[in-house]
Ligand binder design. Structure first.
Ligand code: AMP
Length: 215
């Protein structure tokens, strides 16, 4: 199950990837999560990434390509992977196809989370994340059992710095300019499949299961 999740921030890629991981044991590779963890640990790469992330811009391609290449070589990726938030530029997509070719793998499907970006602002400003385990929530659409507390580990829920409204607008612009061209890129390669990302979480999941042929 070698999947790429493509779609704007707030479209639900992380939520759906976590469901697939739970059901099929295929790892979710979220470049955003890996970068946030590097920022938290204050590694040199994390410090450089933070400047870009705080402003809503993309982290340079060579930094992200490096961490993905290392992650895909890990033993838990032998039966597949779900790339969540990578590639985000044409240069990253080219680099991905080179690294997969080298290891004899190929992308099975690119799943586009189709959604009008104008409705995403509301979704994003309600997002919360667990400080301890990184699980995502939404105050309206996917609330925790107890406000402010993670169902899984009891950790404190917080709002990501880059989920504030002003940064979010910039991230949506960046998506349209730099990431949306990947729709044509993968459509030409015959890999693109779309799901209606505005549906309820379980409905979107059902669509994805049909695509991956394991419903
Ligand atoms: P995400 O959690 O996927 O929304 O990512 C949060 C932030 O991390 C983005 O706004 C970017 O600054 C950075 N980031 C994540 N993935 C990538 C990527 N593939 N290329 C460049 N920057 C990325």
């Amino acid at each position: 199950m070698n999947l790429v999740f493509l779609g704007p921030p707030g479209a639900g890629k992380g939520t759906q990837a976590a469901l697939l991981t739970k059901q099929y044991g295929v790892p979710q590779i979220s470049t955003g999560e890996m970068l946030r963890s590097a920022v938290q640990q204050q590694t040199p790469m994390g410090l450089e990434a933070k400047r870009h992330m705080d402003s809503g811009a993309l982290v340079p391609d060579e930094v992200v390509v490096g961490i993905v290449e290392e992650r895909l070589a890990a033993a838990d990726c032998v039966n597949g992977f779900i790339l969540d938030g990578f590639p985000r530029t044409v240069a990253q997509a080219d680099a991905l196809s080179v690294m997969l070719r080298k290891s004899g793998k190929e992308i099975e499907h690119v799943i586009l989370f189709d959604v009008d970006t104008s409705v995403l602002l509301e979704r994003i400003v309600g997002r919360r994340m667990c400080r301890k385990c990184g699980r995502g929530y939404h105050v309206c659409f996917d609330p925790p059992l107890e406000a402010g507390k993670c169902d899984e580990c009891g950790g404190e829920l917080y709002q990501r710095e880059d989920d504030q409204e002003s940064t979010m607008r910039k991230r949506l612009e960046v998506y349209e300019a730099q990431t949306a061209p990947l729709k044509a890129y993968y459509s030409t390669g015959g890999l693109l499949r779309s799901v209606d990302a505005l549906g309820a979480i379980q409905d979107v999941y059902g669509e994805i299961q049909k695509i991956v042929g394991r419903d």
